[in-house]
Design a protein around this ligand. Structure first.
Ligand code: PXP
Length: 248
């Protein structure tokens, strides 16, 4: 069984589109509430809830994260940049896992994997702090040899392979083949080094048929497609259908 982590950031994106300056994150007219969304995801079979507390707070707010910490019954995965402030926040929050991602203020969503080779010292510091606190660290990286080998060397227990380039190339046969081979090889390499293999970014109800065949997959983190589908079908059907397609 491949597990499903639902990234609920875009539920908060929708709320912030109207209520950016509201004093509270929920109650009265302030909707949609990402915590309610998360609880509905869990009821439909989600195995974990993922949020990215961005430096610019463009979607998820700190208060959302604390409310999630108190409310959800599965696992909380906090996506964060690798900074001393976020490390401090995570150690206070104690999510089951953190996923270290690059953060560039200009991007709409996370565009590329974390360059562990370039940021080795910062990443190592953060991984060490999380390991000491019993919080599993996942490194969101491109499926490249150097990145994967260094992830293992730094004792990060998990990696999340970036599926964005594959998803973007989906309708371009040659490029898609190349990107898919890169993911398959990366997953095998990571597994061989003892890393838990997750994947995410750009996974939808169509490409999941192929994504699910990447070897050794433990969990997929999916956001945009599930939140979008939920607008039409409701959260329950959106999550159930994705889970069914992940594990037919
Ligand atoms: N995994 C990571 C590390 C992410 O940053 C994101 C969001 O950008 C996702 C998964 C989910 O991507 P998507 O919204 O495209 O499903």
């Amino acid at each position: 069984m491949i597990l499903l982590g639902v990234n609920i950031d875009h539920c908060a994106t929708l709320r912030q589109a109207r209520y950016r300056s509201a004093a509270a994150t929920t109650g009265g007219a302030v909707e949609p509430d990402p915590v309610t969304f998360a609880l509905l995801c869990e009821r439909a079979g989600a195995d974990g809830i993922t949020v990215h507390l961005r430096e610019d707070r463009r979607h998820i707010q700190e208060r959302d994260v604390w409310r999630l910490r108190e409310s959800i019954g599965t696992r909380l995965n906090l996506e964060m940049s690798c900074t001393p402030e976020m490390t401090k926040f995570a150690l206070k929050l104690k999510p089951e896992s953190v996923c270290l991602v690059p953060e560039n203020r200009a991007e709409i969503t996370t565009e590329g994997g974390l360059d562990v080779v370039t940021h080795r010292r910062r990443v190592a510091k953060c991984v060490d702090a999380m390991n000491a606190a019993g919080i599993a660290t996942s490194l969101f990286i491109d499926a490249d040899r150097e990145q994967i080998e260094l992830a293992a060397e730094l004792h990060a227990p998990w990696v999340e392979l970036h599926t964005g380039a594959y998803a973007e190339a989906y309708f371009t046969t040659a490029k898609r083949k190349k990107e898919f081979a890169r993911l398959r090889e990366g997953a095998a390499r990571a597994h061989g080094l003892g890393l838990v293999v997750n994947a995410g970014h750009g996974i939808n109800y169509v490409n999941i048929a192929e994504v699910r065949t990447i070897p050794h997959l433990h969990e997929l983190n999916i956001g945009h497609s599930i939140v979008s589908r939920a607008v039409f079908t409701g959260v329950d059907e959106a999550v159930r259908e994705m889970k069914a397609r992940m594990n037919p």
